[in-house]
Design a protein around this ligand. Structure first.
Ligand SMILES: Nc1ncnc2c1ncn2[C@@H]1O[C@H](COP(=O)(O)OP(=O)(O)OP(=O)(O)O)[C@@H](O)[C@H]1O
Ligand SMILES: O=C(O)c1ccc[n+]([C@@H]2O[C@H](COP(=O)([O-])O)[C@@H](O)[C@H]2O)c1
Length: 184
């Protein structure tokens, strides 16, 4: 099976995430796309929406997409999980002939600091989602997805603007932001 893996905090999911997913389905020759919400990114200190809420939002958003599976491996660990571990888990349970790992341009520059990056590079081919405001050099040999939507979850946590939230989950995000008690 040929797969792509798209990991992220999705705190909350927004329209650029949705575009990355549909571009990947269109451009990559894959049988399945695993979307993997983090419990907590290894380089981040905290989350805003609970992992279970972010998982539920992704399930709702991509419910009718046959090739998409929302993977709960990381959120079930209740700790920071490096991508190398997630890829090892997927390899253990599936017969995989190709693994693309999708990351945005902002993460690309910190890649050398990722856990067991040399081993991870042997397992996966990175696909870069080009992000406005982040320039990357020497991309000749790397597959890219053009996203061109200038939005981040940080912006939305600071100032929720529902036009950047996919329609299917707007009401849920609105409610979660109102009832979320952490307030960060
Ligand atoms: N607007 C965007 N264009 C291209 N890639 C993006 C965009 N937003 C997010 N990504 C990529 O999608 C993946 C998941 O993103 P993430 O959930 O961290 O969203 P974010 O908007 O970057 O959140 P935050 O502001 O909290 O860091 C990351 O690899 C990120 O680089
Ligand atoms: O493996 C690592 O060391 C590592 C370090 C930083 C980030 N990541 C992964 O990068 C993905 C994008 O994270 P984020 O928070 O920018 O959405 C997510 O799957 C993280 O687990 C992975």
């Amino acid at each position: 099976m040929r797969i792509a893996v798209f990991g992220g905090s999705f705190d909350p999911p927004h329209i650029a995430h949705e575009k990355i997913v549909f571009e990947a389905l269109e451009k990559l020759d894959i049988d399945k796309l695993f979307i993997v919400p983090t419990y907590l990114n290894p380089f981040k200190a905290d989350f805003h929406l609970e992992p279970k809420s972010r998982f539920m939002l992704l399930e709702k958003l991509f419910k009718n997409e046959e090739k998409i599976e929302i993977c709960d491996f990381e959120i079930k660990q209740n700790r920071k999980v490096p991508s190398y571990e997630t890829i090892s888990y997927l390899k253990k349970y599936h017969d995989l002939s190709k693994i693309y790992l999708i990351i945005g341009s902002d993460n690309f520059k910190s890649l050398e600091k990722w856990y067991k990056i040399d081993l991870l590079k042997k397992d996966v081919e990175f696909v870069l989602a080009k992000r406005i405001g982040f320039l990357n050099e020497n991309l000749d040999s790397i597959k890219t997805l053009n996203i061109d939507i200038d939005i981040s979850s940080t912006n939305l946590r600071n100032n929720i603007d529902l036009k950047y939230i996919p329609k299917k989950i707007q009401n849920d995000v609105k409610t979660l932001f109102k009832t979320n008690k952490k307030g960060n």
